[in-house]
Design a protein around this ligand. Structure first.
Ligand code: GRF
Length: 232
């Protein structure tokens, strides 16, 4: 019997993070700590469902109220929110406490919370004038974008940025960071303590500044750096 975690990905959009997770786990081969066995969307039109079908992964369309049943019936160990826009009911966040992750395209606790999703996040970042944005991966609680932070990665805001160009730069960092954190949580290398504090991850080790010049040439080096920081 496989000891790998059974992962469900919840997605409302195109599912590029889902794809990054599936590809990363496949690349890790026998070393991967989990398998994506289910993709859930709120609507049949979510592009993530097409990606799941192409990868041979079971799909489901479910309202937030039905999530607990859908996830419970499949004995899901780890729930991954990858561009999932609905609020997850408290009974579900409680049942999967420490076993549910979200990615947010900014450095929380700034630029998060109700109504701050997708392009709205990047527009708010540009309007504020901050020079650094980034990616946050956090455990999920019953509030939007508020659970304990596991890992963050900085991305520069450039003078010429539009919401679209900033979103694209942040998304590349999401694709590098999120799958590695998913695998690390599945492996048990990152946990949420009963005191609400995160153990493992980037604790006590700051990421270097390579992300400030993320280019095709240094992407592999950044991926290696994330792996090293996560002790894989
Ligand atoms: C990502 O930027 C994610 O952080 C945000 O929505 C976007 C989803 O993109 N919540 P995708 O569906 O994974 O392509």
């Amino acid at each position: 019997m496989s000891a790998r975690r059974r992962i469900a990905v919840l997605a409302s959009g195109g599912g590029s993070n889902l794809q990054a997770i599936v590809d990363h786990l496949a690349a890790r081969g026998e070393r991967r700590a989990g398998d994506v066995v289910l993709v859930v969307a709120g609507r049949e039109t979510a592009g993530a469902l097409d990606r799941a079908r192409r990868a041979g992964i079971e799909t489901a369309v479910a309202t937030p109220a039905a999530l607990g049943t859908v996830l419970g019936e499949r004995a899901i160990d780890l729930v991954v929110l990858a561009g999932y826009l609905s609020l997850v009911p408290e009974e579900v966040t409680t049942r999967w406490a420490g076993r549910m992750l979200n990615v947010h395209p900014a450095l929380l606790p700034a630029f998060g919370g109700p109504g701050l999703y997708g392009a709205r996040v990047h527009r708010a970042v540009l309007e504020s004038g901050v020079r650094v944005s980034g990616v946050t991966v956090h455990f999920v609680d019953a509030h939007y974008d508020r659970g304990p932070i596991i890992a963050q990665w900085p991305v520069p805001v450039l003078d010429a940025d539009s919401a679209e160009s900033l979103a694209a730069r942040v998304l590349r960092a999401e694709h590098l960071l999120f799958p590695r954190v998913v695998d690390a949580v599945a492996r048990g290398a990152i946990t949420l303590g009963a005191d609400g504090r995160v153990r493992g991850g980037f604790a006590g080790r700051a990421p270097l500044s390579l992300a400030f010049s993320l280019t095709a040439a240094n992407e592999a080096a950044i991926a290696d750096e994330i792996d090293a920081l996560l002790c894989s």
